[in-house]
Design a binder for this molecule. Structure first.
Ligand code: C5P
Length: 201
């Protein structure tokens, strides 16, 4: 069975949690595409030219522990605005999306660019304040010392860059279902996503 669930949205809206749960529930493979850009951003800090880094990216590069920091997120959104970096990562993502057995991909452009033919498209959002609070709790738990206000400013800067870039900007596909998680528990958000998948299987 070929079946793609595309989950897009801004930073810290709950895409990752919802994606992992949907993948587990239906036995689909999951790809967090933000990790690709985070890995390119982190590696090009040390090695230079992000385009060359993107062309040489290997699965092992996604396993680094330092890819989840706020700094890595900012570096990711800078390299993600370079068209040749995005192009270098398209083929891998498309193959993953259409692999046998079903796939969930989360990112910014999955429903619009990577897999417009996805069977299910969700655009997951939440208010800026809710997203900042969630991300701040997550980062604090890992020992990060950023304040909640700094996390909010960081998210807004990244969202602005992601939404305003010329190539594959952050925006819902015309046929995406909007899922605002501001007022939802994790369980309720997952239940809505699962219902969307079931309705189209
Ligand atoms: O989702 P995450 O916060 O890990 O993404 C990090 C950055 O990677 C985003 O801010 C965005 O600039 C970029 N990205 C993208 N396209 C995707 C996934 C992530 O441009 N499909």
């Amino acid at each position: 069975m070929i079946f793609t669930v595309a989950i897009d949205g801004p930073a810290a809206a709950g895409k990752g949690t919802v994606s992992r749960a949907v993948a587990e529930r239906f036995g689909f493979a999951h790809l967090d595409t933000g990790l690709l850009y985070r890995a390119v951003g982190a590696k090009s800090g040390a090695e230079g030219d992000p385009v060359a880094v993107a062309r040489r990216l290997e699965p092992a590069d996604l396993d680094r522990d330092d890819l989840r920091t706020a700094g890595a997120g900012q570096a990711a959104s800078r390299v993600a605005a370079i068209p040749e970096v995005r192009e270098a990562l398209v083929a891998f993502q498309r193959l993953f999306a259409r692999r046998e057995g079903g796939a969930v991909l989360d990112g910014r452009d999955i429903g619009t660019v990577i897999c417009p033919e996805a069977e299910v498209k969700l655009f997951v959002t939440a208010s800026d304040e809710v997203r900042a609070r969630r991300r701040w709790i997550e980062l604090s738990g890992k020992g990060d010392t950023l304040t909640e206000a700094e996390v909010l400013a960081d998210l807004r800067a990244r969202d602005r860059r992601d939404a305003e870039r010329a190539v594959a900007p952050l925006k819902p596909a015309d046929d995406a279902v909007l899922l605002d998680t501001s007022e939802l528990t994790i369980e309720a958000a997952i239940a809505r996503a699962v219902a969307e998948v079931e309705a189209r299987m």
